[in-house]
Ligand binder design. Structure first.
Ligand SMILES: NC(=O)c1ccc[n+]([C@@H]2O[C@H](COP(=O)([O-])OP(=O)(O)OC[C@H]3O[C@@H](n4cnc5c(N)ncnc54)[C@H](O)[C@@H]3O)[C@@H](O)[C@H]2O)c1
Length: 240
């Protein structure tokens, strides 16, 4: 099951999981993107169900999980990918911005995990991958400070969940991407992109495939002894 699957990183993860033969329940708030995704993937194929739903509304998440369980009977893998970004100072971070960012980026992750974990526990198996950000590790100069706080929250949440769910065969990890060229990066003009390219040791910007391949690794048994980690995906720009 994956949130924010309509475009960007989430969509690439859907396409890659699909070609690996996974059965997928995907959802996104954006109805047009949901319809495009349905068209792109042969939706009549019984291996995928796609919903329009808002991750920040617990009743909608609960409905997605219920329908997924009705359809597939279980959820083994959960990718918490949906996220939004805002550029503003702390003074300009209105209640509305604060509420939206924390609800989508942090509460939304908790809603999905809360709904899915009982089914994973029942099967004594699960893999959860959360999409954090470099900003959750080192902060940022331009984005709303609450974006970094939401992504930092994901890193700590990942560790607590890993400790508490490990005994049930459930591994929980995260990735911290940076400079992946999707529409969330529309705030970067060409000059900023070129400057960033120079600062990144491998001298290029990131692609959705760079993230998807690490997520698939964390979902696979190749990473069975890794839990509670947040892996940097940034071409060496930030290391810890
Ligand atoms: N692109 C980067 O460089 C970068 C860096 C760090 C972290 N991230 C994180 O990666 C994740 C994916 O971002 P992306 O770069 O693919 O951006 P994107 O904007 O292309 O994709 C985000 C997707 O989430 C969906 N979404 C937004 N709000 C939602 C909601 N309430 N419910 C359900 N779906 C919702 C959007 O409709 C969109 O399809 C985000 O969590 C983002 O914070 C991206």
């Amino acid at each position: 099951m994956i949130s924010g699957a309509g475009q960007g990183i989430g969509k690439q993860i859907v396409l890659d999981l699909y070609s690996e033969g996974a059965r997928i329940a995907a959802f996104d708030i954006n109805e047009e993107q949901v319809n495009n995704l349905k068209e792109e993937i042969n939706f009549n194929n019984k291996k995928i169900i796609i919903f329009q739903a808002d991750v920040s509304k617990s009743n909608q998440v609960s409905k997605v999980v219920k329908e997924t369980i009705n359809y597939f009977g279980k959820v083994d893998l959960l990718i918490n990918n949906a996220g939004i970004l805002s550029y503003c100072s702390i003074e300009d971070t209105t209640d509305d911005i604060l509420e939206k960012i924390l609800s989508v980026n942090l509460k939304g992750v908790m809603y999905c995990v809360r709904e899915v974990v009982p089914f994973m526990k029942k099967n004594q198996y699960g893999r959860i991958v959360n999409i954090s950000s470099i900003t959750g590790k080192r902060g940022d100069n331009n984005t709303s400070p609450c974006y970094g706080a939401s992504k930092g929250g994901i890193i700590t949440l990942t560790k607590s969940l890993a400790r508490q769910l490990g005994p049930y065969g459930i591994n929980v990890n995260a990735v911290a991407p940076h400079a992946i060229m999707t529409s969330i990066m529309n705030g970067w003009d060409e000059e900023k992109k070129n400057k960033m390219k120079e600062l990144i040791p491998v001298k290029r910007l990131g692609t959705v495939k760079d993230v998807s391949s690490v997520v698939l690794f964390l979902l696979s048994d190749a990473s069975a002894f890794i839990t509670g980690e947040t892996i940097n995906i940034n071409g060496g720009y930030y290391m810890d």
